[in-house]
Design a binder for this molecule. Sequence first.
Ligand code: HEM
Length: 140
Amino acid sequence: MLWVKAFHIIFMTAWFAGLFYLPRLFVHHAMTEDAATIERFKIMERKLFFFVLPWAILTIAMGIWMLIDYAWQAYSHMGWMHAKLMLVVFLVVYYAYCGKLMLDFKHDRNRRSHVFYRWFNEVSVLLLAAIVILVTVKPF
Ligand code: HEM
């Protein structure tokens, strides 16, 4: 089972690489007016969004594998696991919203400033910190 946990953490790290970098691209995309640069950002954002999709799916698949195969009876009564899974739902919504924002930029519909995307970028950092603390410290 430790192999599954190891790959769970590896895939989660790859997923977060995209969740940290994609909003950063949005920050710079929202600040530029150069047509060639805007077209380049559109390509980079699309490629990055779909590059991390398999890692998101594999993170969740490995997690569910451990949940069911490892100790469902125990995990189902652990408050930290409930809180973790709720935050994972937020994370999936955050990733999906990045997809919506990517489409807004693709169709030149973005109306938000780079300041909004700087704050939006911090949300993934807070989610990572909260999930890792919950699953490592198991505070409740
Ligand atoms: C539906 C999604 C997920 C499920 C079902 C899940 C489930 C699990 C389970 C059952 C474990 C083993 C816990 C243990 O007994 O030590 C685990 C470990 C871990 N999970 Fe997840 N997980 C999910 C998503 C995530 C995400 C998105 C992150 C990213 C921050 C994450 C980070 C970790 C870490 C760092 C560990 C290792 C903890 C340790 O070794 O102490 N998981 N996960």
